[in-house]
Design a protein around this ligand. Structure first.
Ligand code: NAP
Length: 267
């Protein structure tokens, strides 16, 4: 088996890397930074996001596995003191590794200057906002005008991303077995003149959302950790991606156990 390792620079992470390398070598698991079968992320959920973007051109060939060097995360099934168990489980399952798949978000953006357009995959979410002034945009669902939005911005998230930025702005938590995505407002203006739905919306598998902002050159677009600033965005279309991310599921915590552990704790 061939694995690649993606890690952050935290002290705790750097401390366990030599032990991880030694353990992999003693189990005849090879390191291959370009063509791995399993991508091991060591750090936090943010590190797993980086690992996803590094290998998102090989989603059919790779499975991801997260080791958390802090608390347990949403994309991480192993803790830093469980390296031997983790490597043994990889070795034991070999090429017939159990896996679990999660939905991704497909993002297509067109700029008004026509110089280029962009196509991205998001594991957590994509955010469009205008920092200096109110963002004004038409929101279309399946090419039909749904509402005129005024406010700070809009977040479109995957089910696994629903516990990240989406949750901070009042969106719902979506179980990742649901093939759906969510549109959530950031500080919308609602008064006698301007009206938006106000609630977050869960969009079905075959539907799509298009955002057409008024012309301005200071939109900020992000896709997970990737940030793109100061462009005049003509339109962005969001839909559920054809691709999915696959995680090694030799051990897998139920989703709502993770949610409880992360946000509620002992009851
Ligand atoms: P970061 O500041 O390191 O990450 C922000 C926090 O979000 C970290 O604690 C991270 O967990 C956690 N996180 C990431 N994905 C998550 C998920 N699916 N569910 C629950 N928590 C999650 O920034 P980053 O490493 O560049 O990560 C980018 C992400 O930060 C974005 O995708 C966005 O979701 C999130 N973010 C949140 C807010 C907000 O809540 N107001 C604002 C901006 C961005 P770890 O500590 O395990 O890495």
């Amino acid at each position: 088996m061939k694995v690649a390792i993606v890690h952050n620079q935290e002290e705790k992470t750097l401390k366990i890397l030599p032990e991880l390398m030694e353990c992999l070598a003693s189990h005849q698991i090879e390191i291959d930074a370009d063509h791995p079968e399993v991508v091991i992320s060591v750090g936090g959920d943010g590190t797993l996001l980086s690992a996803f973007h590094r290998f998102n051109h090989r989603l059919n060939e790779v499975q991801f596995l997260g080791i958390h060097t802090g608390h347990l995360g949403f994309y991480t099934d192993w803790r830093d003191y469980e390296l031997v168990d983790m490597v043994e489980s990889l070795k034991k399952n070999g090429t017939s590794m159990p896996s679990i798949q999660y939905p991704l978000l497909d993002v297509v953006v067109h700029y008004r200057d026509k110089e280029n357009s962009g196509h991205f995959l998001a594991l957590n979410e994509s955010v469009i906002r205008r920092v200096g002034k109110t963002m004004v945009a038409d929101v279309l669902i399946n090419d039909r005008l749904f509402e005129h939005f005024r406010g700070d911005g809009l977040v479109v998230s995957t089910p696994t991303g629903s516990t990240a930025y989406n949750k901070s702005i009042g969106g719902a938590i979506l179980h990742p077995e649901l093939p759906a995505f969510q549109l959530t407002e950031i500080a919308s203006l609602n008064n006698i003149v301007f009206r938006t739905l106000g609630s977050s919306m869960v969009i079905a598998e075959n539907d799509w959302v298009t955002i057409i902002p008024d012309s301005a050159d200071d939109y900020h677009l992000s896709v997970d950790q990737l940030a793109m600033g100061n462009r005049d965005i003509e339109k962005i279309t969001y839909r559920l991606a054809a691709e999915k991310i696959q995680f090694v599921a030799t051990r897998h915590l139920p989703f709502f156990t993770r949610v409880k552990d992360a946000f509620i704790g002992e009851v």
